[in-house]
Design a binder for this molecule. Structure first.
Ligand code: HEM
Length: 440
């Protein structure tokens, strides 16, 4: 089996782990004290977040490696480096997860593992950078997705290192610099993996339509430059609450909205030009691209609202932000990644029963995600209203008010995970019988 598929399979394992940790986390929202002694929320949250973030990163890496080879018509230049990179990630990630289980932390939000464990991640990424650029050879006359991959790879390394500047006392000792850098680097890191994923989605759209209309189009290059600008000037809404220059906040706000709008427009226009036959051949990948398109627009609406400074003041750091992060990482990133996984493994629709299972899983995941995010948003609004209320009622009264929404969050989270499990089951059952495409 080629290395890109190994990255995708490792990513899928992490997705399963992430979903199980997510379910445990939502149960802890509703059942106070659930598994508190052995797996408290302080452990479950990083276990869940790191698993799903590594699902996104590993499968983005696998997709880029696969599509780079398809695009260039060449094998990876240094396959041994890909192997080493794979084993570094596959050995380090379980160590990270085990360190959480045993209560060893030391990092910061989202990357809560001990900073020493960042060293293998950086080393693995450096190898990725070397074998990617050696295989690519030249940047001349390249389509937009190649530029996106190059930018994503270089900037991920840069922003990942930047997110560890807090280890140096000069940055750590000034709280404003420290927080600005932390949020800026996280925002840019998300922008970097989005470059890898959006690049793959433009490649896949070209592949499905059978021509390179999109990857050389002005709109796609506009998306690229906006994404790049966004990467450099960060996501405005991350730092609204900090006293930095206001022009940074407003420019980055406008750019981040435009970026999403253009991605949505590209998928929307592409969909309209596709013949029924082409939709049919790549039906399952196509369905995930459609889902991502809907989520781009839903997230855009939410992002516009929470980026209004007066609203952001109340929403930053609440459940509303969590709803936005999960809406984007599940609705956009995960849906796009599934479209690559289905394409790369050449998964077929299968029998009528099997196809039905896919449809149930797909509908369940999308509808549940909508309810899941909505329940978090409502809980967030009620909580921030309570926080800002000068005659604040008792905490227990507020929690009682929130409890139906926590239950909804938990139930829809479980059905969301169930939807993904059905999709995964369909994927395993219908991925080629020949050794080349076999999933397990
Ligand atoms: C592909 C699937 C998923 C992805 C990519 C994902 C992603 C994330 C991310 C990035 C966060 C951190 C949010 C933030 O701090 O702003 C998060 C938090 C969380 N997620 Fe997920 N998630 C997924 C599925 C699920 C599922 C199915 C459940 C529940 C059944 C779940 C439950 C949670 C919980 C409880 C938190 C912690 C919320 C808090 O801190 O209060 N997630 N998730």
């Amino acid at each position: 089996m080629n290395s890109s598929k190994k990255f995708l399979i490792a990513g899928l394992f992490l997705l399963v782990a992430g979903l199980l940790f997510g379910i445990t986390g939502t149960l802890q929202y509703c059942i106070p004290g659930f598994l508190k002694a052995s797996l408290s929320f302080e452990k479950i949250r990083p276990l869940h977040v790191s698993s799903v973030l590594f699902w996104i990163i590993l499968s983005a890496v696998g997709s880029v490696i696969n599509y780079l080879q398809e695009h260039s018509g060449r094998e990876i230049r240094f396959p041994v480096l890909v192997k080493i990179q794979f084993w570094i990630f596959v050995l380090t990630i379980p160590v990270i997860l085990c360190s959480y289980l045993f209560g060893y932390f030391g990092g910061r939000e989202y990357w809560e593992f001990h900073p020493v464990l960042a060293i293998p991640i950086v080393t693995g990424w450096l190898l990725f950078l070397i074998h990617f650029f050696s295989t690519l050879k030249s940047l001349k006359q390249q389509p937009v997705y190649v530029w996106m991959w190059c930018t994503g790879i270089v900037f991920f390394l840069f922003t990942f290192l930047e997110s560890y500047l807090w280890l140096i006392p000069y940055f750590r000792n000034n709280i404003i610099t420290d927080m600005t850098l932390q949020w800026k680097s996280y925002g840019s890191m998300v922008g970097s993996w989005n470059m890898l994923i959006y690049g793959c989605s433009i490649y896949l759209m070209d592949k499905i339509s059978g021509h390179q209309q999109y990857s050389f189009s002005k709109t796609a290059f506009l998306l690229y430059f906006l994404g790049l600008f966004n990467l450099m000037f960060n996501w405005g809404h991350h730092i609204y609450s900090l006293p930095t220059h206001s022009y940074i906040k407003y420019i980055s706000y406008a750019v981040s909205m435009t970026e999403l709008l253009i991605l949505g427009r590209i998928i929307y226009n592409w969909k309209a030009t596709l013949s029924t036959a082409k939709k049919h051949i790549h039906y399952l990948s196509y369905r995930f691209l459609l889902a991502a398109d809907v989520w781009v627009f839903l997230m855009l609406v939410q992002a516009i609202l929470i980026s209004i400074p007066a609203i952001n003041l109340y929403t930053h750091g609440t459940h509303i932000t969590v709803a936005h992060t999960m809406g984007a990482t599940i609705g956009i990133n995960t849906m796009l990644l599934f479209s690559f996984v289905y394409d790369i493994f050449g998964t077929k629709k299968g029998t009528i029963r099997s196809k039905k299972m896919f449809d149930y899983g797909y509908m369940m995941a999308n509808i549940s995600l909508f309810i899941f995010c909505l329940s978090l948003i409502i809980a967030g609004i009620l909580r921030s209203k309570w926080q800002m209320n000068p005659d604040q009622p008792a905490f227990s009264t507020m929690m009682q008010q929130l409890s139906p929404f926590y239950i909804l969050f938990c139930v829809s989270g479980i059905t969301l995970a169930a939807g993904f499990f059905l999709i995964l089951y369909h994927l395993i059952r219908n991925t080629g019988n020949n050794a080349k495409n076999r999933l397990f």
